[in-house]
Design a protein. Structure first.
Length: 364
């Protein structure tokens, strides 16, 4: 639920949630501080007497903060009679509103606030694009993850023939590319966020890092196919070592860029949560951001753990043992990826819910 209030300085209509009733607020248009009206005080306040032109002006501006504004000389509203106002208060940087009356003669009457129209206060257009982008990310991310898991496990467990492997790659690679393009599109829509703080710069850097990570991953896959081709091995025998080094560099570069893009996007979501006054979500995003940054280290630890244990037990001698070890490590790696992805999707869902709760009152 929300109530309507007019800024005493710029005289623009604002929508205030009931939880902020009676609290100090900052106008998003003129940045002036004022006390939000108390619902009970506004409902039970007596009618203000008509202004008297012959009455002397008040000596204290705190007793009547509206003295001299558009000829108003009546009593101060109940929420302005508390005294000194705090210096800080929540803001609404996600709202936009209509221009004030051109003549400037509209009087502030806190007892006769008219219902707000959709043109006076509404959500800034860029936030709708951000919500749409965050709606695309879960489906696209799940599509990429499930496709990669199925293809990797089928190759490790079934070990298909070259022709069947090409068929699997023909199906899996386009699906993976479509999912990655969906993720890139979702990040691109988030780049349309309104200019609040450094959110747009964070979204742009995250989308750029993810785009470069996709290009590096495609280069690594292309070089892998080239190195497995017998014809290229015969014709480019002198360049096989160089291509192998470039493939490894492209693979690790894609991982580094992907992690960097994820970190930047998490900082972006944390900024959104702080703007919409969701401090609990901002704290959860900080915890998850630390876990996301530590996930590559956890993956390296798992690799060393399984590899060292297999070396001590002597399981790396034959090919069957190495294949079994590779399957076990791959399963552990995908479990770690699933945990990271689940946390990321939960954070995206909560941030999108914060935006939708700000949209809902303006649709009513």
């Amino acid at each position: 639920m929300s109530m309507n209030c007019m800024c005493p300085k710029c005289r623009k209509m604002l929508s205030i949630a009931e939880q902020f009733a009676g609290q100090p607020m900052r106008c998003p248009f003129c940045a002036s501080m004022f006390q939000a009206p108390n619902i009970a005080a506004v409902a039970t306040a007596p009618a203000a007497p008509p202004p008297r032109p012959s009455a002397p002006p008040r000596s204290s501006a705190a007793a009547n903060p509206f003295a001299g504004d558009a000829g108003y000389d009546g009593p101060a509203p109940p929420w302005q009679q508390a005294g000194t106002q705090p210096k800080h208060g929540p803001e609404w940087p996600w709202l936009v509103g209509a221009a004030p009356p051109p003549d400037g003669t509209q009087q502030y009457d806190w007892q006769k606030v008219q219902p707000m129209s959709a043109d006076m206060v509404r959500l800034a257009p860029g936030w709708h694009k951000v919500r749409l982008g965050m709606s695309l990310l879960p489906a696209a991310s799940m599509l990429v993850f499930v496709t990669l898991v199925l293809m990797r496990l089928l190759v490790l467990m079934i070990q298909p023939e070259p022709y069947l492997l090409k068929i699997l790659l023909l199906i899996g690679i386009p699906i993976t590319i479509l999912g990655l393009l969906g993720c890139l599109l979702g990040c691109g829509l988030c780049c349309l966020v309104p200019q609040v703080g450094k959110l747009r710069n964070l979204a742009l850097c995250a989308a750029g890092a993810i785009f470069l990570a996709i290009l590096a991953a495609m280069l690594a896959v292309f070089l892998s196919f080239a190195l497995e081709d017998p014809g290229i091995q015969r014709e480019r025998a002198s360049m096989m070592g160089f291509m192998t080094v470039v493939r490894g560099m492209a693979y690790f570069t894609s991982l580094i860029l992907l992690v960097a893009g994820g970190l930047l996007y998490l900082f972006f979501m944390r900024g959104v949560a702080r703007i919409f006054e969701n401090r609990r979500l901002a704290q959860h995003l900080l915890y998850y951001l630390l876990f996301f940054a530590a996930s590559p280290v956890i993956g390296l630890f798992l690799y060393m753990l399984f590899g060292g244990t297999a070396y001590v037990l002597g399981l790396t001698a034959d090919e069957n043992s190495r294949s079994a070890l590779n399957v076990i490590y791959t399963v552990a790696q995908f479990v770690l990826f699933a945990v990271v992805l689940a946390g990321f999707l939960m954070m995206v869902r909560d941030v999108r819910s914060s935006i939708e709760r700000a949209i809902a009152p303006n649709k009513a």
